[in-house]
Write a protein of this length. Structure first.
Length: 231
């Protein structure tokens, strides 16, 4: 986890510095994600799918965009998912989950006007663990390749916009899907900065087959609300 957090901090500082240069744009957002979902770890007790408790986490992303056509833009996303199941045994939750999730993405802007379309690829990291009520723990520390796409649209002269974003990986007995859809209203919109209030819904699923002799299935889903800024 410390390696992921250090990498995020270093890259974030570097992106902020580069954004001072002319013709370079820095995008950032922060939001609160209220989620629930399911957890399952087979080959250990209880081995059944259990409902996660209602919980929440701060999530953020930072993106650097520039006008050089052949060089991709860069984006990072991060959230820490720390939760447990609603059901328990002898005072211990059936499953406890603590997972750092980060995406490192390189992408190209295919369209950038009334309709926006970005396509890219990168890597996603999972760092943490899942533990059952008996104390049996599986540590997760993996990096997987992902494909990335986002599409959005603006309603001219209103400050309103909408977008859908998705990453997907199916590699080495692991399948990860991360999708969101949101609407946004820009209450500041000028030559220097755009700032908007946004609300959306995110679904993140993790399916790891035969990982440390266990099949792990996790799903996190729920609404979020936050702020978005474009410098």
């Amino acid at each position: 986890m410390k390696v992921t957090q250090a990498g995020l901090l270093t890259l974030g500082v570097a992106l902020s510095g580069l954004a001072q240069a002319d013709l370079v744009a820095l995008k950032g957002d922060i939001s609160y994600w209220a989620y629930d979902g399911d957890a399952q770890m087979t080959n250990t007790a209880p081995g059944t799918k259990e409902k996660l408790d209602n919980d929440g986490a701060v999530q953020f992303s930072v993106a650097l965009e520039h006008p050089v056509p052949i060089i991709p833009n860069a984006k990072i996303r991060y959230v820490n998912l720390d939760t447990e199941t609603k059901s328990s045994l002898l005072g211990q939750p059936d499953y406890s989950v603590n997972l750092d999730h980060a995406d490192f993405i390189l992408y190209y802007e295919i369209l950038d006007n009334v309709v926006d379309l970005d396509i890219g690829a990168g890597a996603t990291t999972l760092n943490g663990d899942i533990t059952n009520y008996a104390g049996q723990r599986v540590d997760i520390d993996e990096t997987y390749p992902i494909i990335y796409a986002t599409v959005g649209g603006k309603l001219p002269f209103t400050g309103l916009s909408a977008k859908a974003e998705m990453t997907y990986s199916n590699f080495d007995d692991a399948q990860l899907t991360d999708a969101l859809a949101e609407i946004q209203y820009n209450f500041i919109d000028n030559m220097l900065v755009d700032v908007g209030l946004k609300a959306g819904y995110r679904i993140f699923t993790v399916d790891l087959d035969d990982y440390s002799r266990n099949d792990i299935k996790l799903e996190f889903k729920g609404p979020y609300i936050g702020l978005d800024a474009h410098f």
